[in-house]
Design a protein around this ligand. Structure first.
Ligand code: DLZ
Length: 201
């Protein structure tokens, strides 16, 4: 049973635009986490067309991708007052939009709907190996994502698992007995923070 998470709050996400950037390392863990996040966004009423998903090679690349994705959405909203913009977030990210086959087709065209993202979820899975890679990447990515959210003012949901073993990763992706899909928590956190960010504006 999952008892450590925040007490659930219901927020209406129907007016929100949410970005998701995920790493492709440890894809079998990433996939259920991404699906969990998307399921909760949908449950909160965020239209699928308002969710833009893109991918990067590994967690190290998450901060720059989140920063560029947010900038792209701002460019669109400030440059286009109506009609379909010609610039998409995918363009600024080199067209690196994701395609995890079992998931709904992600749409960089959603970025073309205009308006800055209300929150962005960064998803990665770091599993400790035999070298110091894990420590360096975990620390830098955490600090990088915090910096992006404070510099830009857009809530960045920390969807990065930093675990010691594959088994721990599976449990946190809800694919092992007794586990819980943390991606669901990240989807809910994105909606709550997106709504609150608008209230605080
Ligand atoms: C190199 C590396 C290693 C060893 N482990 C992981 C990991 O567990 N999870 C992850 O998301 N990425 C890993 N990477 C890749 C780096 O994040 C990065 O993509 C490369 O070093 C290229 O910059």
């Amino acid at each position: 049973m999952h008892t450590k998470g925040p007490a659930p709050q219901h927020h209406d996400g129907s007016g929100l635009r949410i970005g998701i950037v995920h790493a492709r390392w440890n894809e079998t863990i990433i996939e259920p986490l991404l699906a969990g996040a998307r399921a909760k966004l949908a449950e909160c009423g965020v239209p699928d067309a308002n969710v833009v998903v893109t991918s990067v090679p590994g967690s190290w690349e998450l901060p720059i991708a989140v920063q560029r994705l947010y900038s792209a959405s701002q460019v669109q909203s400030s440059s286009f007052s109506g009609g379909a913009p010609s610039l998409s977030a995918g363009d600024l990210l080199g067209g690196s939009t994701t395609d995890l086959t079992s998931l709904p087709k992600e749409s960089s065209s959603a970025a073309a709907a205009g308006g800055p993202f209300d929150a962005i979820i960064a998803i990665g899975v770091l599993i400790k190996g035999e070298t110091m890679h894990f420590e360096y990447i975990s620390d830098s990515v955490s600090q990088g994502l915090m910096r992006v959210q404070l510099d830009t003012g857009v809530p960045v949901i920390f969807g990065v698992l930093t675990v010691l073993t594959d088994e721990q990763a599976k449990a946190r992706a809800g694919v092992a007995p007794g586990g819980h899909n943390h991606g669901e928590d990240w989807g809910l956190a994105a909606v709550e923070m997106g709504v609150k960010r608008r209230e605080w504006a």
